[in-house]
Design a protein around this ligand. Structure first.
Ligand code: ADP
Ligand code: ASP
Ligand code: MG
Length: 411
């Protein structure tokens, strides 16, 4: 039997009615003759609630226990989905990550998938089971502990299953009807794309477009998984939604394919650190050991052998970073002051067309300056330009860039 992977995100399984609606979609594919692997997220809001409980209990939590708690939301929806399918006379059962077992590294909170043995689930398909409902986002470490794959990780669970089971397609059902030129919730003119290149989606995801988790795109690209994003709220044809595909499967595209933003950024500056070999290694080594994901980095030119070091990080890691820097202050590292700005956001434009067209950065900076938006930090790569701005200007910046690059118009 051909296999199909269908993933339902939080809003698509937010209550029993929605689970029934999703189960009906699954029934349609079963009727076509597919063996279906359904990956479910927790009900929307549930994971946030669980994360909140962990933080309230223990601000510098043991990540193994964080995973034990936050993985639980998916267990509920997996069981409910299997029950709903059974009520519809569709042979189904649920699987938690450890039962599959979905084997991961032991990097708790952001574990990577290492292997998905297919024997257990295939044996059940062989016995007549039509749907395997798998709890997304969770796995099993070599030490036998429950792990999670990072926020939004059910997308990655889905793509990994599609690769492991050689599925015909991996359909990601969500609360929008595809991938847009930017988040349709903050820009009314956002346009749905029929197709988007893996590389562009990879950048958009890593720069904050949470419609797909970055690793899911990475994995789909590597294992050539046919990946589609579509709405669970509408009747769907086989052509619906957005297909993430190779660059050469797209006829024409705009120079800028999309605009992404990441709201919860913070900026830290170490004032007056010594400008000598080994300082950056010391600072960023310490931050990495503390589990801080540093993104943009700027080092000023030095004066009298001293310089300022600025970096950006997710707001929820500021406390860890602050403690880490204070630990090395005075003995290994001297600095005058640590300045934290937790009210910044990152806005980025992405497009593979930038490889061959210059002037995109200049245009971006002009658009922002015309809107009176001050740029704090800039980073670029071959196909993206990112700026850090005050958070209050984030939506304005996204909309202005979307307008000025005319993303509402197809190429
Ligand atoms: P799910 O719970 O189904 O995994 P998510 O909330 O993780 O859904 O992702 C879907 C959301 O991603 C949308 O509601 C939308 O607000 C947001 N989003 C951000 N950027 C984009 C984009 N470029 N295209 C579509 N959706 C986007
Ligand atoms: N429930 C998890 C989260 O909210 C995983 C997911 O939905 O993909 O991050
Ligand atoms: Mg998601």
């Amino acid at each position: 039997m051909p296999t199909l992977v269908m993933k339902f995100g939080g809003t698509s399984v937010a209550n029993l009615d929605r689970i029934r609606r999703a189960a009906k979609r699954v029934g349609v594919e079963v009727a076509k003759g597919y063996d279906v692997i359904v990956i479910v997220s927790a009900m929307s809001g549930k994971t946030n609630e669980l994360v909140g409980w962990v933080n309230e209990t223990s601000p510098l939590f043991d990540a193994r226990e964080y995973d034990a708690v936050v993985s639980s939301g998916e267990n509920v929806t997996a069981g409910l989905m299997a029950l709903t399918l059974q009520e519809m006379q569709i042979p189904a059962r649920s699987w938690q990550g450890w039962q599959v077992p979905l084997l991961t590294t032991s990097a708790h909170g952001q574990a990577r998938i290492e292997d998905i043995p297919t024997e257990n689930i295939n044996a059940k398909f062989g016995e007549g089971m039509k749907v395997a409902v798998v709890a997304g986002f969770q796995g099993l470490s070599p030490e036998g502990r429950i792990t999670t794959l990072g926020r939004g990780g059910s997308d990655t669970t889905a793509v990994a299953f599609a690769a492991a089971f050689d599925a015909e397609r991996c359909d990601i059902y969500t609360d929008v009807d595809g991938i847009y030129t930017t988040d349709p919730r903050i820009c009314q003119k956002a346009r749905k794309l029929d197709r988007i290149a893996f590389e562009e989606m990879l950048e958009l995801a890593s720069l904050g477009a949470k419609v797909l988790q970055t690793r899911s795109v990475e994995m789909a690209m590597r294992y050539k998984v046919k990946l589609r994003v579509l709405s669970s709220f509408e009747e769907q044809s086989d052509e619906a939604g957005t297909l993430v595909c190779d660059e050469d499967e797209i006829m024409e595209s705009n120079v800028v394919a999309g605009v992404a933003y990441s709201r919860d950024e913070a900026q830290m500056t170490l004032l007056s650190v010594a400008d000598r070999p080994g300082i950056a290694a010391l600072i960023f080594g310490k931050l990495s050991d503390a589990g801080v994901n540093v993104d943009m980095i700027v080092q000023d030119i030095s004066e009298d052998g001293r310089t300022n070091m600025t970096f950006s990080l997710p707001t929820d890691q500021v406390q860890r970073a602050d403690i880490a820097m204070k630990e090395i202050r005075g003995n290994e590292l001297n600095f005058d002051k640590l300045i934290v700005d937790s009210d910044v956001a990152k806005v980025s434009v992405v497009g593979i067309g930038m490889r061959s067209q210059s002037g995109v950065a200049a245009k971006m900076f002009k658009i922002l300056s015309d809107e009176g938006v001050n740029i704090k930090v800039i980073t670029t790569s071959e196909i993206k330009i990112s700026v850090l701005v005050d958070r209050k200007y984030m939506e304005l910046a996204v909309q202005a860039l979307h307008d000025a690059f005319e993303l509402e118009k197809a190429a």
